[in-house]
Design a binder for this molecule. Structure first.
Ligand code: HEM
Ligand code: HEM
Length: 172
């Protein structure tokens, strides 16, 4: 791995580690994310910002990458770091929901599928960016599979997020 790629890898891994610890702290009830800021709870503001950024930047990245090829590196860095931070924001909402007290427990459903979809996007994106599949395993899982899965799972993200938002806003 080049020095630059190494730095990017360390920074990306650090964000994932922070995300993991934040989830654990919320589940252990060491931090409260359910307080109100204006009309909404903190964890709802977080997920709205995170989801909005992912939903809007994905098509922007797709088109800009093809039309401004000189900017590919910066566009990709925004994609990677912006989405890892968005994943952190989404995780705050997810952990906040899972940690709700029994008397207010949500009916788990498409939200879980959505979080798994997000985790798969992060995992395939990570493997694709840093090409960390061992040589032996590449016989069964060639590197181009990552890109294929990464882009396909994006479609699932858009479908499930629409269902989740419509259900929770009582539109469906
Ligand atoms: C990728 C993004 C998201 C993930 C992974 C996620 C995950 C979850 C999970 C696991 C739950 C528990 C209930 C269930 O399983 O359906 C939930 C509930 C909820 N989500 Fe999300 N969510 C996301 C985005 C959003 C967005 C953008 C909004 C707002 C527009 C939102 C609003 C809500 C609300 C209001 C509830 C509470 C439902 C209740 O009280 O029963 N979520 N979410
Ligand atoms: C979490 C939500 C994510 C979504 C919805 C998403 C979606 C996408 C899409 C649609 C593309 C195709 C763009 C194109 O080829 O024109 C792409 C490319 C890419 N993504 Fe993601 N991504 C996400 C997260 C990540 C993360 C966390 C990483 C890395 C840590 C990552 C790394 C990459 C890389 C390296 C490419 C370039 C593919 C290429 O040029 O061959 N993605 N992503």
């Amino acid at each position: 791995m080049s020095l630059q790629k190494n730095k990017t890898f360390l920074a990306a891994s650090a964000i994932l580690l922070i995300t993991f610890f934040i989830i654990v702290f919320i589940l252990l009830d060491w931090v409260d994310t359910g307080f109100f800021i204006g009309p909404l709870r903190f964890n709802h503001w977080m997920v709205i910002i995170g989801t909005f950024f992912i939903a809007v930047y994905t098509p922007i990245f797709y088109f800009m990458k093809r039309h401004y090829s000189k900017r590919v590196q910066s566009l990709l860095n925004i994609h990677i770091f912006g989405f890892l931070i968005s994943f952190l924001f989404v995780s705050i909402h997810f952990a906040g929901q899972i940690a709700r007290p029994p008397q207010f427990y949500p009916e788990l459903g498409e939200g879980i599928a959505l979080y798994i979809t997000m985790a798969l996007l992060v995992a395939t994106g990570f493997l694709h960016r840093f090409q960390i599949i061992p040589k032996k395993a590449q016989k069964y899982y060639p590197p181009h599979f990552n890109r294929y899965y990464h882009v396909s799972i994006t479609t699932a993200f858009y479908i499930i997020i629409m269902i989740h938002i419509f259900l929770n806003l009582d539109i469906l």
